[in-house]
Design a protein around this ligand. Structure first.
Ligand SMILES: Cc1ncc(COP(=O)(O)O)c(C=O)c1O
Length: 329
C-alpha cells in the first residue's frame, strides 16, 4: 500500500471480534485507532479542511483554529502540517499530556484553558476563548466541528458505508457521542441503507448532549457541557449513559481478556454493549472504538489516577478479569 500523503492512510476495514463479551451475540469492535492520527477523527479532520477549501473560506496563507479534547486536534495538526496551514488548538486539562505534546510536535500551537464553564465542563470556556481569537484575527478559520455538516458527512461517506460493506447484517450499532458527528453520520446512513439496524448512542453520565443533567467528567472524547448543534436525537433509537467508573472497568476488562488497550470512550461503548447484552441474544452487533489506549496510560490505565477519581472498585473488571477467553464461543 503506497500513499502520497499521511492522511490518505485511513484504516476503515479493521474489526476485532469480542467473543464472550455478552452471551449469545456476535460483537464486532470497529478499530478506528490504527491510522497515523490514532483515532476516528482523522476522517473528520480531512473533511473539515477540504470543506473549508472547497467553500473558499480557507486558502493558501490561511490559518486554522479549532476546539478539541485532543483527537481532532492531533488529526488537524497532521492535515494542516501537510497542507501548510498554521493551526491553533484550544483544549482543556482533560486532554492528555501526550495528546498536547503530539500536537505541538506536529507544529500546532496549543492553548489549554483552565476555567470551568457554567455546566462544570470546559467546552463553553474553550468556545468563548476561540470566539475572542476570531474577533481579534479575521484571517483565522474556525472549522467548527460541533456545527459543520462536513463532520457527519465524513462518517456517512466513509465510516458507515465501510461498516455495511464489512458486516452484512447489523442488528445493533453502538456509537459514542462527542460532537455527535460520527453518530449522526452513521445514523443517517443506516436509516437509509439498513433501516433494521437499531442505533444506540453512548454518552457519559454528566453530559448534557441528550438533555440529561450536567456533572463532572474526567475522560476526554464523549460527552459535552453544551449541546452540539449537530445533535439530532430523533435519528437514534436509544441512548445509554455510562458512568466513567464503568468505562474504566470495561477498558481494563478488554485489556485483561482480549489483550487490547482501548481508549476511554471505547470503554464506555463496550460497557453500554454489555449493559444491553440480555436483550441482544442472537444479534450481530457493531461497536465503534474511536481510539486505542496508549493515550490513556497515565489516566485510565494508571491505578493512582483511577483510585483518586473513582475509588479502588474501578481498578478491575470483576465480571471478566482472569476469565479465560472462549474462542469461538
Ligand atoms: C476518543 C474519542 N471518542 C469519541 C469521540 C466522539 O466523536 P464525535 O465527536 O464524532 O462524536 C471523540 C471525539 O473527539 C474522541 O476523541
Amino acid at each position: 500500500m503506497i500513499r502520497d500523503r499521511v492522511y490518505d492512510i485511513v484504516t476503515d476495514e479493521i474489526y476485532l471480534r469480542l467473543p464472550g463479551w455478552v452471551d449469545k451475540a456476535d460483537i464486532y469492535l470497529k478499530i478506528e485507532g490504527l491510522n497515523p492520527a490514532g483515532s476516528v477523527k482523522l476522517k473528520t479532520a480531512i473533511a473539515l479542511i477540504e470543506d473549508a477549501e472547497i467553500s473558499g473560506v480557507l486558502s493558501p496563507g490561511g490559518r486554522v483554529v479549532e476546539s478539541s479534547s485532543g483527537n481532532l486536534g492531533i488529526a488537524l495538526s497532521m492535515v494542516c502540517s501537510v497542507k501548510g496551514y498554521p493551526f491553533v488548538c484550544i483544549t482543556d486539562p482533560n486532554a492528555s499530556a501526550r495528546s498536547v505534546a503530539t500536537m505541538r510536535a506536529l507544529g500546532a500551537r496549543v492553548v489549554v484553558v483552565s476555567e470551568r464553564d457554567a455546566n462544570g465542563g470546559y467546552l463553553g470556556t474553550r468556545i468563548a476563548h476561540l470566539k475572542r481569537m476570531l474577533a481579534e484575527d479575521p484571517t483565522l478559520t474556525w472549522t467548527n466541528q460541533y456545527a459543520n455538516a462536513a463532520n457527519p458527512r465524513a462518517h456517512w461517506e466513509r465510516t458507515a458505508a465501510s461498516i455495511l460493506k464489512a458486516v452484512e447484517r447489523v442488528d445493533y450499532l453502538f456509537v459514542g457521542a462527542g460532537t455527535t458527528g460520527t453518530l449522526m453520520g452513521c445514523a443517517a446512513y443506516f436509516r437509509e441503507f439498513s433501516p433494521r439496524t437499531r442505533i444506540i448512542a453512548v454518552d457519559t453520565l454528566g453530559s448534557v448532549t441528550f438533555g440529561h443533567p450536567a456533572g463532572p467528567r474526567h475522560i476526554p472524547g464523549l460527552g459535552t457541557s453544551r449541546t452540539p448543534e449537530l445533535c439530532t436525537p430523533d435519528l437514534v433509537d436509544d441512548v445509554v449513559l455510562v458512568d466513567e467508573a464503568d468505562a474504566v472497568r470495561a477498558c481494563r476488562g478488554i485489556a485483561a481478556r482480549y489483550g487490547l488497550l482501548v481508549g476511554g470512550s471505547t470503554g464506555s461503548v463496550v460497557s453500554a454493549v454489555r449493559s444491553r447484552g440480555a436483550a441482544m441474544s442472537g444479534a450481530s452487533v457493531v461497536a465503534l472504538s474511536p481510539d486505542l489506549g496508549d493515550r490513556y496510560l497515565d489516566t485510565v490505565y494508571n491505578d493512582d489516577w483511577v483510585t483518586a477519581r473513582f475509588g479502588p472498585e474501578a481498578l478491575t473488571d470483576r465480571e471478566l478479569a482472569g476469565t479465560p477467553l472462549a474462542l469461538g464461543g
